[in-house]
Write a protein that binds this ligand. Structure first.
Ligand code: PLP
Length: 391
């Protein structure tokens, strides 16, 4: 038995089950099982070649050292220009902080506002790390319930009604993981208008899927609302858009008053993102975008196949998923709980998918399928799921 006395916060830290399922799927595959991985949320494409080359060149050119903690200036400038082009907004490059992936920004934002007695709102079902780090900070997590009948968009009135004097931060995510839901502009307008009555509340808008929208939808960025800029943190990054999950490249736009705190957190945590990745990230922003567009077009083709395939299965129905690369079907009609379905799909059908409950209590009755896999594998998975349900 260990005599070590661990900090109590560790016991409150959650996890991201997608990594556990990925490991289990890997074990099964190593035993010779044919596993179709619709579990992990990462593009199945290679990072475009010109981006890889820029990373390699950076190493050859001697970029082996520390960079400024908040990111190399040219990269922060390129982020500001990119956001300006995509969202039609002015962004000060000094408010951009480059971090290793999307996750550090959510951790830093929650560390800035979370402590016992504070309340932080987060989407449920939602990306599991939000609730995990809120609990770790000692703050009270207040779920924003997302429902299938509203296409998993948040309801602004419901969010506003939950604000109390203890609310410090509201986390929103559109397009969303795990549901693929996209919140319409009308709800965002209403939320922002309502927040004027609550100047003590900060907003973290996780826009990491902002370039993965379908059916001609345009992304609505919270950056487009100048009235909340002084309390808005926008999280985005390279992982999904440029198929760069392993490079660990993300960024946030922070309000002027918080950017110094964010940079100090970088200095305390990781010093800076590795230099070669930053040069690769710069090439991603300034280079051609045709491969990004081709990836999104391919995701869209798969989306149509998986949505119609799931909706044709007995006991399964799947809401439209207008963004990201996830389908989040309701499986209540199959009589299986989310966890049972996850286990049986993996063990009996060789399909890695994630139980909806991994994304919060409101995910019971749902499964998450990532369609970042080939059309052929998606079709095979749908066939296997059908066989499982009829056995
Ligand atoms: N935010 C959301 C909504 C995500 O789905 C993910 C990854 O799955 C992240 C952030 C984290 O991205 P990264 O791998 O860049 O840390």
């Amino acid at each position: 038995m260990s005599h070590l006395k661990l900090a109590s916060g560790l016991g409150r830290l959650g996890t991201e089950s997608a990594f556990t399922v990925l490991a289990r799927a890997g074990e099964l595959a190593a035993q010779g099982r044919d596993i179709i991985n619709l579990g992990i949320g990462q593009p199945d494409f290679r990072t475009p070649e010109h981006i890889v080359e820029a990373g390699v060149k950076a190493l050859r050119d001697g970029h082996h050292g520390y960079t400024p903690a908040n990111g190399i200036p040219a990269l922060r400038e390129a982020v500001a220009v990119d956001l300006g082009m995509r969202h039609g907004v002015d962004v000060d490059a000094d408010c951009v902080v480059v971090v290793p992936g999307g996750k550090p920004t959510m951790f830093f934002a929650v560390l800035m506002f979370g402590e016992p007695g504070a309340e932080i709102m987060y989407p449920n079902p939602g990306f599991p790390i939000y609730e995990s780090v809120i609990r770790y900070s000692g703050a009270t997590p207040v779920p924003i319930a997302l429902s299938e009948d509203k296409g998993f968009a948040f309801d602004a009135d419901e969010v506003l009604a939950q604000i109390t004097p203890a609310t410090r931060l509201i986390i929103i995510n559109s397009p969303a993981n795990p549901t693929g839901g996209v919140t319409p502009k009308t709800e965002i307008d209403k939320l922002v208008a309502g927040l004027e009555d609550h100047p003590h509340v900060a907003i973290l808008s996780d826009e990491i899927y902002s370039q993965m929208l379908y059916d001609g939808r345009d992304h609505v960025s919270l950056l487009q609302y100048p009235q909340i800029r002084d309390r808005l943190i926008v999280l985005d990054g390279w992982s999904k858009t440029y198929a760069m999950t392993g490079w660990r490249m993300g960024y946030a736009v922070w309000p002027k008053d918080l950017v110094g705190h964010a940079t100090r957190l970088c200095i305390n945590d990781h010093s800076c993102v590795n230099a070669a990745s930053q040069y690769a990230g710069l090439a991603a922003l300034t280079g051609p975008k045709d491969e990004v567009h081709a990836m999104v077009a391919e995701f869209d083709r798969r989306r149509e196949v998986i949505l119609s395939g799931l909706n044709a299965l007995p006991g399964v129905r799947c809401a439209d998923a207008a963004g990201a690369f996830y389908a989040f079907p309701n499986i209540e009609g199959t009589g299986l709980s989310s966890q049972e379905a996850q286990d049986r799909l993996l063990n009996e059908a060789g399909i890695a998918a994630i139980a909806g409950t991994s994304f919060g209590a409101n995910g019971e009755g749902f499964l998450r399928f990532s369609y970042a896999n080939s059309l052929e594998n998606i079709e095979r998975a749908l066939d296997r799921f059908k066989t499982l349900l009829s056995s």
